[in-house]
Ligand binder design. Structure first.
Ligand SMILES: [Zn+2]
Length: 357
């Protein structure tokens, strides 16, 4: 008789388990961190990824010289070799402005990319914010991503059937005074790095210039698969991002380093953020943007990485009240349905990056 009392409650728990994930499911569910940077061959990042059931996509970045780009490539290739199926990567190219706009310039880059993309585990080409924010042509004009000089390289990548992964522009906060920035991670970064704080540099392209150049680039390349890093630099407002996702069906975005902006928006309108994640469930890729260059305390790194991944998991899968060290106030987790979580955490990365797993 007493089972009659518990049966409905038990049934509810079982049903909930079919629709939603719990914290305990974290390690059981296969996941992809679609935006990290491995610059070490000690295997520590890969170890914690295996323990927490993550596949990693390591993106190379053109933020130094050509030697730095080659070194990153070597780390990525070595990691793929040692951890096949666990690690994939996106090579990049060193954007040397000498010879920019000539056929020689693009032929050299294409030849290099052709080799790099033939390496096992290569799944995309990464382009970076130096396009639009640093590089200038001979006349001193900023080279934006929609510059026709890039067309041969873009056409080559498309022709090979690879996507382009682009970190273009910066968070909108970068163009605001420190006191108006929404998250502390931005205000502390730009306080320390005034050279990158665009509010102080009105002579540089504006936030809108960056977004417009990216949008024109996508208009000019409707057949290009494009993954916009960091919520496509539209992190501050899900409506603005939704507009681009509606307009560009071959565009997806990774959430790396910008989940705090979704949380910030959830402070005042959780439903809106949740509805956005459900509506665009096929276009969002989970990622963290954590970089690893070796550590003299690998256990501490692993612990931090695990906590970062688990905190994000709680935000997306539960309705727990949470806080962030990046802004004041409490917000509730989004408690997305399992099928949405499976896409954001796994299926979308597999599909958009054509991961062979
Ligand atoms: Zn990154």
């Amino acid at each position: 008789m007493k089972y009659h009392i518990f049966l409905p409650a038990l049934l509810l728990i079982v049903l909930q388990g079919c629709v939603y994930y719990f914290e305990d499911d974290f390690a059981k569910v296969p996941k992809v961190d679609s935006h990290i940077h491995i610059n070490s061959d000690d295997g520590v990042f890969e170890e914690i990824a295996a323990a927490d059931n993550f596949i990693l996509i390591s993106l190379n970045v053109d933020h130094g010289d050509s030697a730095s780009v080659r070194k990153q490539y070597e780390y990525a290739v070595a990691s793929v070799q040692k951890h096949p199926g666990r690690v994939f990567f996106g090579p990049t190219f060193y954007f040397d402005t000498a010879g920019w706009g000539t056929e020689e310039w693009s032929s050299k880059i294409i030849a290099q990319l052709d080799k790099d993309l033939s390496a096992p585990g290569a799944v995309t080409v990464k382009i970076w914010k130096n396009i639009g924010m640093v590089l200038r042509d001979r006349s001193g004009k900023f080279i934006m991503v929609d510059d026709p000089g890039l067309d041969p390289v873009v056409n080559f990548i498309k022709g090979k059937g690879f996507p382009i992964t682009g970190h273009l522009g910066e968070p909108r906060n970068c163009w605001l005074p420190l006191a108006e920035m929404t998250v502390r991670s931005d205000s502390s970064y730009f306080a320390r790095n005034p050279q990158y704080h665009m509010y102080l540099h009105p002579e540089y392209p504006s936030y809108e210039d960056q977004i417009n150049a990216r949008d024109r680039f996508l208009e000019n390349n409707p057949d290009l698969t494009f993954i916009g890093c960091h919520l496509g630099s539209l992190e501050w407002n899900v409506d603005s991002l939704a507009k681009r996702l509606d307009k560009f069906p071959n565009m997806a975005v990774d959430m790396s380093a910008r989940i705090c902006h979704l949380q910030y928006q959830a402070l005042t309108n959780r439903k809106k953020v949740r509805d956005f994640c459900i509506k665009y469930q096929d276009r969002l890729l989970y990622g963290t943007d954590v970089g690893y260059g070796g550590s003299n305390n690998p256990e501490a790194f692993k612990k931090r990485m695990h906590e970062t991944w688990l905190d994000d998991w709680k935000f997306f899968t539960s309705s727990l009240m949470m806080t962030s060290d990046k802004f004041d106030g409490k917000f509730a987790g989004l408690k997305l349905p399992r099928k949405v979580v499976d896409k954001i955490y796994f299926k979308n990365a597999v599909k958009w990056y054509k991961l062979k797993i």
